[in-house]
Design a protein around this ligand. Structure first.
Ligand code: DC
Length: 222
């Protein structure tokens, strides 16, 4: 029987790539919850809503007309029917997502949607609070980690591939600042969920990590 797999971890730990790879390997759906926080941050910016305005952000998150459309391996993220997949991947919106994610009004609205989208098992969900808050009943919970230097290097490489040239030290500072904000908030902070298996990816390739998680998933299938 298909199970639910929760994958949490800090910024640039490889969660998205691993979650997508595991979903493909097992024939499961993949839900990228970070994209939902990013969508709220982008919409707020477009509508002139401040990332500190808890009430207005809560309203935005509740009314968000969000859709995921599969396009081969990647899901397109649509808001009000517009494809925002590229726009939400900027560094600025990454930081904005972390800022709007601090507000309980935003989290409660998005967590409720995530539970509906992840219903029925056969799903890999990645984020910060999936094993602890969104799907505490998930059959397999993974906490992906890597050293700050390694995560900064990966983010730096990813940015370079996208044509964004930033100094490695600056990327490292941004990754560290995002982790501090995501771990320090009162509601749904980044944390190792009870029962989660910690996987340190520092010295593993993506393919190896996908293999490790897929094997753990097969062992947990009833
Ligand atoms: O995984 P990501 O980089 O796309 O996430 C962007 C931000 O969204 C992250 O810094 C914190 C927030 N987030 C969250 O608070 N809870 C989640 N389940 C997923 C993301």
């Amino acid at each position: 029987m298909p199970i639910a797999i929760a994958i949490d971890g800090p910024a640039a730990s490889g969660k998205g790539t691993v979650a997508r790879g595991v979903a493909r390997r097992l024939g499961y759906r993949y839900l990228d919850t970070g994209a939902m926080y990013r969508a709220v941050a982008l919409l707020a910016q477009q509508r002139g809503v401040d990332w500190t305005d808890s009430q207005a952000l809560g309203r935005l998150a509740r009314q968000l007309d969000l859709d995921f459309r599969w396009d081969g391996e990647y899901a397109k993220v649509l808001v009000d029917g517009h494809d925002i997949s590229g726009a939400i991947r900027s560094q600025e919106i990454g930081w904005g997502a972390s800022a709007v994610a601090v507000h309980p009004s935003v989290r409660s609205a998005l967590v409720a949607r995530q539970r509906v989208l992840a219903d029925h098992g056969g799903v890999v969900v990645d984020g910060r609070d999936i094993g602890s808050v969104v799907l505490p009943q998930a059959e397999l919970k993974i906490y992906l980690d890597a050293t700050l230097d390694e995560r900064a290097r990966r983010r730096h490489d990813e940015l370079r591939r996208r044509g964004i040239h930033q100094n490695l030290a600056q990327v490292r500072d941004e990754v560290a600042a995002r982790d501090a904000q995501d771990s320090g908030r009162a509601t749904g902070p980044l944390a190792v969920a009870p029962g989660a298996v910690r996987v340190d990816t520092t010295n593993h390739s993506i393919a190896e990590v996908i293999e490790i998680v897929a094997k753990l998933a097969k062992d947990r299938c009833p």
